[in-house]
Design a protein around this ligand. Structure first.
Ligand SMILES: Nc1nc2c(ncn2[C@@H]2O[C@H](COP(=O)(O)OP(=O)(O)OP(=O)(O)O)[C@@H](O)[C@H]2O)c(=O)[nH]1
Ligand SMILES: [Mg+2]
Length: 359
């Protein structure tokens, strides 16, 4: 008696294949189910191997290679060997798995750029749910500053480009901690822009938080002394530009007085900003130390990928997200859930009113 081995994706297909090759009177001897290994361009596939035999005369069907099979062979022959491709070539080549195509379209939909894009694509697994797998990898690539959310230092200074939301975000954050029972106060170093003190004082009055201004070193030292007993003192600063060297130096000398060990830095970055501008601005402010990021103005853009790509390449953790002008309502602590809510095309609707901190 002769035995034949036939493999197909399902048991039913294996039987069908065996019958078409060896005739309808075959008998199944045994069956083995397993998964293929998969590779860079091939996903793991279920397989069913059957061993069968025929007691009657074997009517082996015509196994001549057909035209359509030749086309398939040619296509395979033209496919480059994945192991010889660079990461860039792999991104550009058309031989993606279906999941890769889906993942790439989600990444570009969210404006996620290199090197974060390459990192995610390089390690992208075979997954049932592309969006879920991708968001999972994305979150594992980003750093969320839970530590300083929970244990802020005595001073929390807000730095960042002009109009990026420093003062508004500071007021929102100060309210979040005062609501949690912390005794908080505000010092503004921005005595430069007209109306800057009035703006932060108005927030302070509305939220019952004391505010002092400090234009020079002696004023800052005395304000620091006045608020020595406070749990957290939030420091508002002026936005500076590379052209404004004098203002920039003044800010540096005032910030030095706070003491790096006692100060958390939060840099406000609008999600609407171009990624290269973010990099330029960070280069300007990085002399004050390594900040955590408060991503602002999320309500003004559809995509958060540019700022996530920036956070990844600059190795900066994310601490707060803001999505509106209302003080103190439009803020939430950065978290996996909050970030996912701002990503498109991952099939999760996790955003709800509870995620807003001060509501
Ligand atoms: N849509 C939207 N607007 C915001 C958000 N955060 C701040 N703003 C607005 O952005 C503008 C600038 O905000 P500020 O807080 O004054 O920014 P700043 O960085 O302190 O500005 P300067 O002190 O001038 O450098 C204001 O009109 C805010 O209401 C936000 O999350 N969404
Ligand atoms: Mg301001």
């Amino acid at each position: 008696m002769e035995y034949y081995t036939v493999v197909a994706d399902t048991y039913e297909n294996a039987v069908r294949k065996a019958k078409s090759q060896y005739g309808d009177d075959i008998r199944i001897h045994s069956r083995r189910d397993y998964m293929t290994h998969g590779g860079i361009f091939t996903r793991r596939q279920p397989r069913c191997e059957i061993v069968c035999y025929s007691s009657g005369k074997v009517q082996k069907k015509d196994t001549k290679v057909q035209d359509k099979d030749m086309k398939e062979f040619e296509r395979e022959a033209r496919t480059p060997d994945p192991s010889t491709l660079t990461a860039k070539e792999r991104l550009d080549t058309e031989v993606y798995r279906k999941e890769d195509e889906d993942a790439l379209s989600i990444l570009s939909m969210n404006h996620i750029t290199d090197p974060l894009r390459s990192k995610l694509m390089k390690a992208f697994p075979t997954a049932e749910d592309t969006g879920l797998a991708l968001s999972d990898m994305l979150l594992r690539s980003l750093d969320i500053d839970y530590e300083h959310q929970v244990h802020p230092k005595h001073f929390v200074a807000f730095i960042g480009p002009t109009g990026s939301g420093k003062t508004t975000t500071l007021a929102k954050v100060a309210y979040v901690y005062s609501k949690q029972g912390k005794d908080v106060a505000i010092i503004t170093l921005d005595t430069y822009r007209i109306g800057a003190y009035e703006q932060v004082k108005a927030f302070g009055d509305a939220l019952s938080i004391p505010v002092l201004k400090a234009a020079a070193e002696d004023e800052l030292l005395s304000a620091m002394e006045s608020f020595e007993k406070k749990d957290i003192v939030f420091i508002d600063t002026m936005g500076t530009s590379p052209k404004d060297k004098e203002l920039s130096l003044r800010l540096t000398s005032l910030m030095t007085l706070l003491g790096k060990d006692r100060t958390d830095l939060i840099m406000t970055i609008p999600a609407t900003m171009k990624e290269e501008d973010m990099r330029e601005q960070y280069a300007l402010y990085s002399r004050h130390g390594k900040p955590s990021l408060a991503i602002t103005k999320l309500d003004e853009t559809e995509t958060v990928g540019n700022v996530l790509s920036f956070a990844y390449s600059a190795e900066l953790p994310i601490i707060f997200l803001t999505d509106g002008q209302r003080v103190p309502d439009d803020i939430e602590k950065a978290s996996a859930k909050a970030l996912i809510a701002h990503l498109k095309g991952i099939g999760l609707e996790m955003r709800n009113s509870e995620s807003q901190l001060s509501k």
